[in-house]
Design a protein around this ligand. Structure first.
Ligand code: IPE
Ligand code: IPE
Ligand code: MG
Length: 249
């Protein structure tokens, strides 16, 4: 388990160890081209491949991608089922490539609303890549930060907890296997968290870009990391308290 940014001060490195991304703007990308929204989702999958490769090249250890939120069930049924099919196809077609690249795939979220064949594929993909030692790629699907915190609390209630500590709760979140994100990226121009990793983003550096997800690429990823490098991560301290190498003045 990893230390939490509010109970101990994390080590700051030039390359973010964990990047979490809200991949937004697929629908607008398609609309601009007079295409159906789902064409944007399809194109978005190729951006995922590129960003995964970019993270491997940069030496990022954890990449977490928000693919479908608990609120996305509110979308038109046709779009929801297209997204489910796209996810299923990706699980069928991409996992061997991930495996040969030494990537460990994890899927977080409430699986109860997924079709059984999707759940089976998720389990198979996680098992297939479980022993890999390279990039840990997490797909957040039917994920919501509030759902995650509540399922952690409910686990503790089930275990008979009478008081809840920060460590105990953090250790029961669905991504307890990863350190908190150093860098959060949202494409598509909106500046909001949309119920993503509410607990873990406490001290993440936030980066928003107007680029639509299908237009995001390795270069744009490099720009985000460059912006990250220029940030002074104080975790509550004053600038003067930081080691000289971490000061940005
Ligand atoms: C993000 O793109 C993908 C998902 C939420 C699944 P959107 O579909 O939200 O694209 P916009 O925001 O409508 O452009
Ligand atoms: C957030 O995007 C969720 C994902 C990218 C999966 P949305 O497009 O659903 O976010 P809101 O509803 O505009 O905040
Ligand atoms: Mg959107």
């Amino acid at each position: 388990m990893f230390g939490s940014s509010t109970s101990s001060i994390p080590e700051v490195r030039p390359v973010p160890r964990h990047i979490a991304i809200i991949m937004d703007g697929n629908g607008r990308w398609a609309k601009k081209r007079f295409l159906p929204r789902v064409a944007g989702h399809k194109k978005g999958l190729s951006t995922v491949r590129e960003v995964v490769a970019g993270c491997q090249e940069l030496g990022v250890e954890y990449l977490t991608l928000f693919a479908f939120s608990t609120e996305n069930w509110r979308r038109p049924p046709d779009e929801v089922s297209f997204l489910m099919d796209l996810f299923l196809n990706a699980l069928e077609n991409e996992v061997e490539k991930l495996h040969s690249n030494d990537i460990r795939l994890k899927v977080i979220g409430d699986r109860s609303r997924f079709a059984p064949r999707i759940v089976e594929r998720i389990d198979a993909a996680e098992a297939r890549t479980a022993a890999n030692g390279g990039l840990v790629l997490t797909i957040a699907a039917d994920y919501g930060g509030r759902w995650d915190m509540l399922q952690a609390v409910n686990q503790m209630i089930g275990e008979g907890a009478t008081a809840i500590t920060e460590e105990a709760l953090a250790g029961r979140l669905s991504m307890a296997y990863a350190p908190e994100p150093d860098l959060f990226i949202r494409t598509g121009g909106e500046q909001r968290i949309s119920n993503f990793l509410l607990w873990q983003l406490a001290y993440s550096e936030l980066y928003f870009t107007d680029l639509l997800w299908p237009d995001f690429d390795k270069r744009a990823l490099g720009d985000a990391v460059q912006s990250y490098r220029c940030r002074e991560r104080r975790f509550g301290r004053t600038s003067e308290q930081l080691p000289a190498s971490l000061r940005r003045d």
